[in-house]
Design a protein around this ligand. Sequence first.
Ligand code: ZN
Length: 157
Amino acid sequence: MRLIDTHAHLQGAEFNRDLEPVLARAVKAGVQLIINVGYDLNSSKRAIQLYRKYSMLPPAVGIHPHDAKAWSDEVESSLRRWAGSPHVVAIGEIGLDFYKDYSPRAQQLQVLEKQLQIALDYRLPVILHVRNAYMDILNVLKNFPSLRGVMHAFSNT
Ligand SMILES: [Zn+2]
């Protein structure tokens, strides 16, 4: 069996000590690739750096809705630069989180749309994080009919 894990965050400091044994166990279990998903600028950058050492960890880059408040032109240009690299496999994780509301909703929507446009521009799939915002995200996604991707932690009907 060939398995691909589409969502992990192995760039976190909690894996600094034992990343190699974690990867070895994944390989032994038949996992060929683990998409290492960014959630802010640092974790996206670190995912790209880790890929240079571990080719089984293709990176995704994006700003999580919790961090939408940190959006800036500089963040956008970094994401666009990385999205243009042949190794980046997706834009994510991005989305809406109206459960925790760590960033203002209007800003979450704005940052989501900007990142969906980056995905379209670079023909990349998206990794969506959505909580308590299902109708809201459907309203946004209908404006991007050609996008492909996965909905992560989906708990609606
Ligand atoms: Zn995640």
